[in-house]
Design a protein around this ligand. Structure first.
Ligand SMILES: Cc1cc2nc3c(=O)[nH]c(=O)nc-3n(C[C@H](O)[C@H](O)[C@H](O)COP(=O)(O)OP(=O)(O)OC[C@H]3O[C@@H](n4cnc5c(N)ncnc54)[C@H](O)[C@@H]3O)c2cc1C
Length: 457
């Protein structure tokens, strides 16, 4: 009898098993794969909140030692408008890293095993065992040669990815579910200079991105709305990606032409959903409970935070200090509160809609204001909640960084009058200003207007 059986031994499963084993619980960690596994569908970026967890767990030095440089700044460019800002610190950590995915998986898995979790590879979950009340009490699994494995536990955790078997077996419902919004292709490039920056570009419904990763390599990729994406051979993709960079950063495109791609092109696309993440005797964590578009590169960070959240919630119940059911309900509430704002932001970003003139003016102002620039990239990096960034006070302060005169266009000038008060001593009309600003912010406008969605974040 185990305290917890964790199904899935990659980011979220290994982190969960490690934390539970370190807290002294008896943990079985099983995965149908054999490790070290493949490189997986990921562009590897881990934002500061994820790095903070790795540091807290004593694993950051090991991750950094795999040969991935720290990243201090993120940028966004659209046409002539360029924003590059330092990441805000979260509990003293203001760096991101993009470690080789296989190595990150290995470090977490080794930490779980070292902490005492029992690992069984090449074992696939087939059924869940339940008692007469329907509470999950264990698993029925199978080895590769079809040998049955039956084990019991007080809690079964599904950390088995977006197509979670645990979720299917318990009938966990999806909610806030949205289809695939874009598809991306990316690869690794050698001999590009490293300057510790994530660069993203939005132009003509294309989202190009690049950042330093492991072993002196650079990730280079392009995301396109689903309808614009065409499957193509590697050489053709080189041409598509380089010509997308040509339009937004000709200097970088020239460097791509002079240097070399070291891997094949990889393609990825995922739908967006939250899943009911607990029930009697079971819980879901990582992508099994929450899958989002990769455009904000937040899945690993969310998985590390989710593992911590789950273990903090269930540990007192496993210790006998409270019942498991309310502990799991707390976990679900905290998970939704933590992710729902960024989930909405990610979906908004994932449509790859071009910015209108007013949005570009706002981004230009953010580039002039270190506070707002850092807030904007902090929002991308899951540090600053969208409800905070798009609060009326923060957005009104942005008008201090829009120069007076006719340059910003009449709409922005009019809204500035409404925010600050017009000439001839007319008083400010901030509520009207907020409505006009929100109309230009797409779904992010709901945060400014303080809609129920915004408050839930
Ligand atoms: C194109 C793309 C790019 C991305 N880029 C980034 C990025 O730059 N940064 C970032 O943070 N995130 C990124 N992500 C998201 C990130 O990869 C995921 O959020 C993360 O892998 C989730 O980890 P997980 O441990 O929850 O699930 P997974 O990594 O999916 O692991 C699930 C594990 O469960 C096992 N399993 C499944 N079913 C069973 C079963 N029945 N029995 C036993 N074992 C089972 C699997 O073998 C697997 O090992 C990207 C995703 C995509 C698609």
């Amino acid at each position: 009898m185990y305290d917890v059986i964790v199904v899935g031994a990659r980011i979220s499963g290994s982190a969960t098993a490690m934390l539970l084993a370190r807290a002294g619980y008896r943990v079985l960690l099983l995965d149908r794969a054999k490790f070290p596994g493949g490189k997986g569908a990921a562009t590897n970026l881990v934002h500061p909140p994820g790095i903070l967890r790795l540091k807290r767990w004593g694993l950051l030095d090991e991750v950094a030692a795999t040969g991935c440089p720290p990243i201090h700044s993120y940028g966004l460019q659209s046409g002539p408008v360029q924003l590059m800002a330092k990441l805000p610190a979260v509990e003293g950590v203001a760096e991101a890293y993009s470690p080789e995915r296989r190595k990150l998986d290995e470090i977490l898995l080794e930490a779980a095993v070292k902490a005492g979790a029992e690992l069984r590879e090449r074992v696939a979950l087939r059924e869940l065992l339940t008692d007469a009340q329907g509470t999950v009490i264990g698993v029925r699994a199978e080895t590769e040669d079809r040998t049955p494995v039956v084990e019991h536990a007080r809690l079964v955790v599904g950390a088995d990815g977006s197509n979670s078997t645990v979720a299917r077996l318990v009938g966990a419902e999806k909610y806030d579910s949205h289809p695939v919004l874009n598809k991306s292709h990316w690869s690794y490039w050698a001999d590009l200079p490293h300057d510790g920056k994530v660069r993203t570009y939005r132009h003509r419904h294309q989202h190009a991105f690049t950042w330093p990763t492991h072993d002196g390599l650079t990730i280079v990729g392009l995301a396109l709305p689903v309808g614009d994406f065409k499957a193509s051979a590697d050489q053709e993709r080189d041409a598509t990606v380089i010509s997308a960079f040509e339009e937004v950063d000709p200097e970088f495109a020239a460097r791509l032409r002079e240097t070399r791609r070291t891997d094949t092109w990889m393609t990825g696309a995922v739908p967006n959903f939250l899943r009911q993440c607990h029930g009697p005797g079971w819980a879901l964590t990582g992508d099994a409970g929450y899958t989002r578009d990769p455009i904000t590169a937040a899945g690993i960070t969310d998985s590390l935070r989710g593992a911590e959240l789950l273990v903090e919630a269930v540990a007192p119940a496993l210790a006998g200090d409270r019942d498991l059911a309310p502990a799991l309900a707390d976990y679900a509430r905290c998970r939704d509160a933590l992710v729902s704002g960024h989930f909405q932001y990610t979906r908004d970003h994932a449509t790859i809609a071009d910015y209108n003139r007013e949005e570009l003016e706002f981004i230009r102002a953010m580039a002039r204001s270190p506070h707002h620039g850092s807030g904007m990239v902090g929002m991308f990096a899951t540090i600053v909640p969208p409800a905070e960034f798009y609060s009326p006070a923060n957005i009104h302060a942005l008008f201090d960084h829009i120069p007076p005169g006719s340059e910003p266009g009449w709409k922005i000038r009019m809204v500035r009058w409404l925010v600050r008060g017009a000439p001839r001593h007319l008083p400010p009309a901030t509520r009207l200003a907020d409505r006009l600003i929100a109309a230009n912010l797409g779904s992010m406008g709901t945060f400014l207007l303080g809609s129920p969605v915004a408050r839930a974040a």
